[in-house]
Design a protein. Structure first.
Length: 318
């Protein structure tokens, strides 16, 4: 627990160094009533300046208000080439295939909304292997940052944020699972899926993040996970809220003695059930635990935590 709190303090104290280098700003404007042409302009801007961006010469792609439909293309981010919209719900990037945006090390994504309309697709992804030649994948030594972003899943079997590698820092963001009702079952949707597979020393960090189901209560055939955590992964949540009616707020898959995961939560609200598989660790401090906690031979601990009626819960979170 002590290492967990020290890590939080280091984040809050701003101990991650930020270079005082002025970025070259490239502005992308939409074409009126033509999201497809606008999306092509965005892709072209990234392609044009990706090779020019370096640590000594960073670039910022500034996207004006509007809709940008990139179709079946993935928007690949590049090191030292940040992407910034004009506000959530104001700048909207729409993807229609397996990934909408591929994150990378040393690159920030902020101030926009991202959607994916492809069944089985990912809205944001930290890939575990190089999907585009010459692009550095997400890593824990140069963590990608996502801030002030709305992520929207709109189809069945989707991922909002799929962390297959690295340890991104996500702040001031919303992940929305959009559900239209019983006529359109979702299958299995993971708002956040973390599967670091033991290759990264730092946890994926979430601060002031909201995960919510938009629409009616789920049909019995749909499964929606707020945070689903796979093998050998580490997650830290601070001031994070996971809403009602999800299948699980936190679902930590069954592990082994050599492949366990850890989820640490502080000053947050968890309004849907929690499942902790064998050998895995779930810890909550000063957090509202407003649903059942299932401990399947893992380790569960709550400190100064409480239920919806603000009654203290026990050390086992119940």
């Amino acid at each position: 627990m002590r290492a967990f709190f020290l890590f939080l303090l280091s984040i809050q104290a701003g101990q991650f160094a930020i270079a005082a280098t002025t970025a070259t700003i490239i502005t992308v404007q939409p074409t009126l009533n033509n999201p497809t042409t606008s999306g092509t302009a965005l892709l072209n801007a990234v392609s044009t300046y990706k090779s020019s961006a370096t640590a000594a010469n960073p670039y910022l792609i500034k996207i004006s208000p509007g809709k940008y439909d990139i179709g079946s293309n993935a928007l690949q981010m590049y090191p030292y080439l940040d992407i910034e919209g004009s506000g959530q719900g104001v700048t909207i990037i729409i993807g229609r295939y397996t990934q909408t945006i591929l994150l990378t090390a040393n690159a920030d994504l902020r101030n926009l909304t991202v959607q994916n309309t492809y069944s089985g697709g990912s809205v944001l992804m930290c890939p575990a292997s190089t999907l585009v030649t010459g692009v550095t994948v997400c890593s824990s030594t140069s963590m990608p940052r996502i801030s002030d972003v709305t992520v929207q899943t709109t189809q069945s079997n989707q991922y909002g944020l799929y962390i297959a590698a690295g340890a991104p820092i996500v702040s001031n963001s919303t992940i929305q699972v959009i559900y239209s009702g019983f006529s359109s079952p979702l299958g299995t949707v993971n708002a956040v899926y973390v599967n670091q597979n033991g290759a990264y020393s730092q946890p994926a960090f979430f601060r002031n993040v909201v995960v919510t189901l938009v629409g009616p209560s789920l049909d019995t055939s749909s499964l929606v996970y707020g945070f689903r955590v796979g093998n050998k992964s580490s997650v830290v949540m601070y001031q994070t809220t996971i809403g009602n009616y999800l299948t699980n707020s936190v679902y930590v898959s069954l592990g082994t003695s050599l492949a366990n995961s850890t989820v640490n939560v502080q000053n947050s609200e968890l309004h849907s059930p929690i499942f902790v598989g064998a050998y895995n660790v779930f810890r909550a401090a000063a957090t509202m635990v407003d649903a059942a906690v299932t401990n399947s031979s893992g380790s569960v601990a709550c400190v100064a935590s409480y239920n919806f009626n603000f009654m203290l819960v026990g050390a086992g979170c119940s």
